[in-house]
Design a protein around this ligand. Structure first.
Ligand SMILES: Cc1cc2nc3c(=O)[nH]c(=O)nc-3n(C[C@H](O)[C@H](O)[C@H](O)COP(=O)(O)O)c2cc1C
Length: 322
């Protein structure tokens, strides 16, 4: 089979917003690799890459794609060989180093050796694949390098470094561990909820669009509709969506990221620590939050949230939602 470039379909299509495109691509978690090769003088060169993918088992083929604008494109083209070094979760600094255009010698201070094929292999990776270039395809602003694996070596048995939504996943993982090990106390979590979502609600009163308030209300509907005991996963989703739509409506990217962290805490607590039982007694309080948002009443919205948290904690003897 030969390479085919298909003609674009003759239908009306959306203009693809590059920022949103990047953001949505980030929903697909990937591993992270340092792809290396040799300069003409034999010195090592490399970059951080998450476009690595397996292609074929027989013959053994893998690929990565390289930005056409990369200073390393001529080096990869001329060398004809490359190595994929799969990073472990403790190699995040290495990932940052090989992604920086400001560091002239990326290998300075990095432990590495030459593999049987002569390509630079980074020490302490999870696995390394040495390849000869099997094919190269131009695709938009990238060049896809397909490599035939000539040698491979297993490495350490640590977890992989995972890139997800523009960040390494370790933060989420370590948070999860803190929650599951009971090291994040309820009082601290409640205080964080009051501070963070109180601020977000105040901002949302100024900045939220009507559609964003509709989304918060839809999440409240979702919570109320998932009250059967067995509907815990739906209840967790609806609860997470209530808080994340408040975060969205606050229009502050840094606070939204913090809120994303709190959503991880919420999910883990509801899943592993507190089997969140239905609490119809707090239904009116979430409705009050929405009502105050619609009225652009910042004190009212933050107050209703405080009341919601206090009521949940006082509870009726039943375990509390996170
Ligand atoms: C997690 C992560 C994944 C990346 N994946 C790729 C990739 O697949 N292809 C690519 O060309 N650049 C990728 N980059 C960017 C390059 O690492 C970066 O542009 C390059 O190494 C900068 O160095 P240079 O200026 O010396 O080329 C990635 C960066 C990060 C942080």
């Amino acid at each position: 089979m030969t390479t085919t470039t298909l003609a674009a379909p003759q239908v009306e299509v959306d203009a693809i917003d590059p920022k949103l495109f990047r953001q949505l691509l980030g929903c697909f978690p990937t591993g992270v690799a340092v792809v290396t090769t040799n300069n003409a003088d034999g010195s090592p060169a490399g970059l951080t890459c998450n476009s690595f993918s397996s292609v074929s088992l027989e013959p053994p083929l893998v690929l990565f794609s390289l930005r056409k604008a990369s200073s390393l494109l001529p080096t990869f083209v001329e060398s004809g060989t490359f190595a994929i070094n799969i990073l472990s979760q403790s190699q995040d600094a290495l990932s940052g180093r090989f992604a920086s255009s400001k560091i002239a010698d990326k290998f300075e201070g990095v432990a590495w050796r030459k593999g049987p094929l002569g390509t630079p292999l980074v020490d302490d990776c999870l696995a390394s694949f040495e390849c000869s270039v099997h094919a190269r395809h131009e695709a938009g602003d990238h060049v896809i390098f397909i490599g035939e694996v000539k040698h491979m070596s297993p490495g350490c048995s640590d977890h992989a470094l995972v890139f997800y939504k523009g960040a390494y996943m370790m933060l989420a993982e370590s948070l999860r561990k803190l929650v599951i090990d009971g090291k994040l106390g309820t009082a601290d979590i409640d205080e964080a909820y009051r501070a963070l979502y109180g601020t977000l609600l105040r901002l949302a009163c100024d900045r939220a669009t009507d559609a964003e308030i509709d989304a918060i209300e839809a999440a409240v509907d979702g919570i109320e509709q998932s009250q059967e005991l067995h509907a815990l996963p739906q209840r967790i989703d609806a609860m997470a969506s209530f808080f994340s739509s408040i975060a969205q409506a606050g229009h502050n990217e840094a606070l939204r990221l913090m809120a994303q962290t709190m959503t991880t805490v919420l999910r883990e607590r509801m899943t592993h620590v507190i089997p969140a039982h239905p609490r119809p007694d707090v239904f009116p309080l979430r409705r009050k939050v929405v009502k105050c948002l619609r009225a652009r009443d910042a004190d009212g919205a933050a107050g209703a949230l405080d009341e919601l948290i206090s009521t949940l904690r006082k509870g009726s003897g039943a375990p509390l939602p996170a």
